[in-house]
Write a protein that binds this ligand. Structure first.
Ligand code: MEV
Length: 292
């Protein structure tokens, strides 16, 4: 019996969240944690998603794929993840991309990374209604990306492995709600445009800094980016405490990563200081998700 399996990584935004929605670039990386999807022949279509009760992303991916490619034959799709959908590391996009890749292999339809992105972005957008598509791009391409809204630019960056610590704030953020709230306020409030523009400048500087491998400067840029996200009003007391604790314990810099309102922060830390920075983050109540 034919069985195909594909997987896709979760993501971290290093620079440029929110501003990316308004035409500025962002930079992020794939993490080693992945979600996999297995497709096999079945008497009738069935979806098994052990970590969630129901996955609209998997359902929509199967429906969309069937309609687009007119494939015949019923399938069982099973997903598995090595990270939780609670921490805001892009599980919805990763599961969508993994399912599309596994279906394309099962039905022998060759898709480029760009095609996987375009299809998966449509599916994710049909459910979430908002979003730049950055999470989807990282899931489809992997590695480090310089990205513009909707995939207007998807540039793969050649950067060395960053020594990062990921800390979870303990609260799950609702990305779509925060993105919608900021977009409503942006229409009314003139103070938002210069914040986005400053974030855009940081992203472009950070691109060269990361390619050069200058971690000290990259860390400082992260902290500047965090201050601007604070001004935007998307950070939380806990995220701020975690970032400050990491910097005080010797990190080059840190910031919230993602929409804010909870989820994760990141800190750029030389390996010899990782233990003390992790301890400092835990001391203020953060949970270490990973140390890269
Ligand atoms: C969320 O991970 C990042 C945001 O910029 C939203 C998006 O890019 O879709 C806040």
């Amino acid at each position: 019996m034919k069985i195909t399996t594909a997987s896709a990584p979760g993501k971290l935004i290093l620079f440029g969240e929110h501003a990316v929605i308004y035409g500025y670039p962002c930079i992020g990386i794939a993490i080693s944690k992945r979600i996999s999807a297995t497709v096999q022949q079945a008497a009738r279509d069935k979806i098994i998603t052990p970590s969630v009760v129901k996955s609209p992303f998997v359902e929509e991916a199967l429906k969309y794929f069937r309609q687009k490619y007119k494939v015949v034959g019923q399938v069982l799709i099973t997903t598995n993840g090595d990270f939780s959908h609670h921490v805001g590391l892009g599980s919805s996009s990763a599961v969508t991309v993994a399912v599309i890749k596994a279906l394309s292999q099962f039905f022998n339809i060759k898709l480029s990374s760009r095609e996987v992105f375009d299809i998966s972005y449509k599916i994710v957008l049909s459910i979430q209604k908002v979003g730049s598509g950055f999470d989807v791009a990282v899931a489809a391409y992997g590695g480090a990306l310089y990205f513009k809204n909707g995939g207007g630019v998807i540039e793969q960056l050649s950067i060395s492995q960053l020594p990062l610590i990921i800390g979870y704030s303990g609260t799950k953020a609702d990305t779509a709600t925060i993105v919608k709230k900021i977009s409503q306020e942006y229409k009314k409030n003139t103070r938002f445009a210069p914040i986005f523009s400053s974030i855009g400048n940081i992203v472009d500087t950070a691109k060269n800094t990361l390619v050069e491998g200058n971690f000290e400067k990259a860390g400082k840029l992260m902290t500047e980016n965090h201050r601007l996200l604070q001004e935007l009003g998307v950070s939380t007391k806990k995220l701020n405490e975690m970032v400050e604790a990491a910097i005080s314990a010797g990190a080059y810099g840190g910031k919230l990563s993602g929409a804010g309102g909870g989820d994760c922060m990141i800190a750029l830390v030389e390996r010899d200081k990782q233990n003390s920075v992790m301890a400092a983050i835990q001391k203020v109540g953060g949970e270490i998700v990973s140390a890269l």
